[in-house]
Design a protein around this ligand. Structure first.
Ligand code: NAD
Length: 271
């Protein structure tokens, strides 16, 4: 099974909001023909409506190569049963929903259904996502390979050892873009409060986060050394880091609390 199967048999997106659209944009940009994609969404965006050749809310193929489930976890019980006839067969289901376990999909679709749980993130829209995947009992090696191939088209893919890792993964890379965007917002707001024009503060904050991320990915040094490289002894950065690295109220305890809250909510959504 490979991308040719997807081109020939089709890819169905059940739900295509922010995350589904981010991935679809990456796949279309990467050369997947829109005519190979069926989107089933009761509230399609103008962007979806404008994609030439896309099968939008059209009759679905009986046995598509892949169904990508990208509805909210709270909508799953309404949305997924409409595709139950595709379960227990050759169609690979990939779900990106937070919280919902493989066992729940097996109950809804049948235990013989090949299912891959995936946690992507929105930088997939620019080919810079990272997605963690784990397969169900019925997902053979080639099913997981196909999920990896498909998701690799929009960024990096990592395979998990067990499903129990998914909550912590979601709290880092699934939610992480939002933390990072908030960092940009907060840095720009602080710059503005210190007298910079809003556009200039935002430009500086965005370029700094983008540049630091690129450097962290490409430099030989680890992030700790990269931080040290910016921090002149008794200089300006050190003064800021003494606030941010405070063990009681700095980033480490704050992010731990935030990510613990994310993991707790992920569990609740799956219950
Ligand atoms: N947004 C992210 O950054 C992100 C990251 C990783 C995973 N996810 C997961 O992706 C899923 C979608 O999240 P989102 O942020 O794209 O939400 P969203 O609300 O933007 O998109 C959900 C889409 O599902 C559609 N929908 C609702 N009921 C439906 C039904 N019965 N049949 C078909 N479509 C239906 C809605 O019209 C909407 O377009 C969630 O399960 C979420 O956990 C999101």
């Amino acid at each position: 099974m490979d991308m040719n199967d997807i081109r020939e048999k089709g890819l169905v997106l059940l739900g295509c909001g922010k995350m589904g659209s981010a991935m679809l944009k990456g796949w279309l940009d990467g050369g997947l023909p829109a005519s190979s994609v069926w989107v089933n969404d009761p509230n399609p965006s103008d962007w979806l409506k404008g994609i030439e050749g896309l099968n939008l809310n059209a009759k679905l193929p009986e046995t598509p190569a892949v169904v990508l489930v990208a509805v909210k976890p709270q909508m799953m019980a309404d949305a997924l049963p409409t595709l139950k006839a595709m379960g227990n067969g050759s169609t690979l289901f990939i779900s990106v929903a937070a919280g919902i376990t493989l066992a729940t999909y097996e109950e809804m679709l049948g235990a013989k259904t090949p299912i891959v749980r995936a946690m992507p993130n929105t930088p997939a829209a620019v080919g810079r996502g990272v997605t963690a995947i784990i397969g169900s009992e019925a997902a053979r090696g080639d099913h997981v390979d196909l999920a990896e191939t498909l998701l690799s088209a929009v960024g990096q893919v990592v395979r998990l050892e067990n499903e129990g890792q998914m909550g912590a993964v979601t709290a880092i890379s699934g939610c992480g873009p939002a933390y990072t965007f908030h960092l940009i917002e907060a840095m720009a707001a602080a710059g503005e409060a210190n007298g910079l024009a809003p556009e200039l503060a935002l430009q500086l904050a965005k370029a700094t986060v983008a540049g630091a991320g690129h450097l962290a990915e490409n430099a030989d040094e680890d992030p700790t050394q990269l931080r040290i490289n910016v921090t002149s002894p008794n200089g300006v950065t050190q003064a800021a880091l003494e606030v941010l690295m405070n063990e009681d109220v700095g980033f480490p305890p704050l992010l731990k609390r935030a990510m613990d809250a994310a993991i707790k909510r992920d569990k609740e959504l799956g219950a």
